[in-house]
Design a protein around this ligand. Structure first.
Ligand code: G4P
Length: 288
């Protein structure tokens, strides 16, 4: 998890971020953005709205942007198609989907980025400069898959992949195509959340430091949301009876997760419920 998310903590069951740290992260992001011609904004396909950064248009100005709904393998295909269309309409940006964990074919991203950057390169050439490769960077919230996308685009293991995003490394450009130089360090979008609903959703997909919440609180919220939209999948997965309520207690009973004194092991159940959702075991869900 990135540094900025470490600067969060549980306050009265709420998820809280320090504003000072956000300002620093924004400053760094702005510096990185000033170096590039175009941006790939990576979103978590399970949260096409909540994993978006509200001020991105302001940050980017006129800079071309490709939106990438990543982790497409973890969501329902038809719902993802609908969201792709909706985002295209709302943002006026091209929107593509990707599975940066399993798929090696990210050519469609490269082609789209070339197309998006070309007008800017042409404009530079009109000013008398020689043609150069477009400079591009990947931005997004923690854990949406930025490093994985960079890895696949660079086809090397240079970019570090893992849950602990934000490892400080020297910035360098990688030529991924004669027409594109990619910044090998992703831009981390700071967590500026005053909206607890959104913060909890980001916790469901592991985009918030685990210091910032209690598993039990977040797992209970997740079950409430899943119950509204995808109850059947969850009942089937945990083998719950139809007359049972979808609660941590009933899941613990069904799995026989008991601790000393015949008490239900709610801590273990909470961790499993979150893990099963994050790995797509419970089903393929979009939560926005
Ligand atoms: P970040 O730079 O945005 O912080 O994200 P990063 O690429 O480090 O990816 C965070 C986690 O999400 C990693 O899992 C990574 O494998 C996984 N991931 C990235 N893209 C996809 C995708 O399209 N689909 C799926 N299912 N997972 C994806 P991890 O558990 O931390 O590491 P690992 O055990 O998978 O290597």
């Amino acid at each position: 998890m990135s540094n900025e998310t470490e600067k969060s903590q549980v306050i009265h069951g709420h998820i809280h971020w320090y504003p000072g740290h956000i300002a620093k992260a924004e400053k760094k992001l702005k510096e990185q953005l000033s170096l590039v011609d175009a941006v790939i904004e990576v979103l978590d396909a399970r949260l096409p709205l909540s994993s978006r950064y509200g001020d991105i248009e302001k940050l980017l100005g006129e800079k071309p942007r490709l939106i990438l709904l990543n982790k497409s393998d973890l969501v329902n295909e038809q719902e993802l198609k609908d969201w792709t269309k909706r985002l295209e309409k709302e943002t006026f940006c091209p929107v593509l989907t990707s599975d940066a964990k399993h798929s090696n074919d990210l050519n469609k991203i490269t082609n789209k980025i070339i197309e998006l950057s070309e007008p800017r390169i042409q404009a530079l050439m009109k000013k008398g400069l020689l043609r150069r490769a477009a400079r591009v960077m990947v931005v997004g919230m923690p854990n949406v898959g930025k490093s994985s996308v960079i890895n696949k685009l660079t086809k090397t293991s240079k970019a570090k992949v893992g849950a602990k995003a934000g490892v400080t490394r020297q910035q360098q450009w990688v030529r991924i195509n004669p027409k594109i130089d990619l910044l090998d360090t992703p831009g981390i979008i700071p967590m500026k959340q005053d909206n607890q609903d959104r913060a909890r959703k980001l916790a469901f997909v592991n985009s918030v430091s685990q210091n910032a919440y209690e598993d039990e609180m977040v797992a209970r919220e997740l079950l409430l949301i899943l119950k509204e939209k995808y109850a059947q999948n969850v009942y089937d997965y945990y083998k719950l009876k139809s007359d049972e309520d979808l609660t941590l207690e009933n899941i613990a009973k069904s799995r026989n997760w008991i601790i000393k004194g015949a008490q239900l092991d709610i801590q273990r159940t909470s961790a499993y419920v979150l893990g099963d959702f994050r790995n797509g075991k419970t089903g393929k869900f979009i939560l926005d």
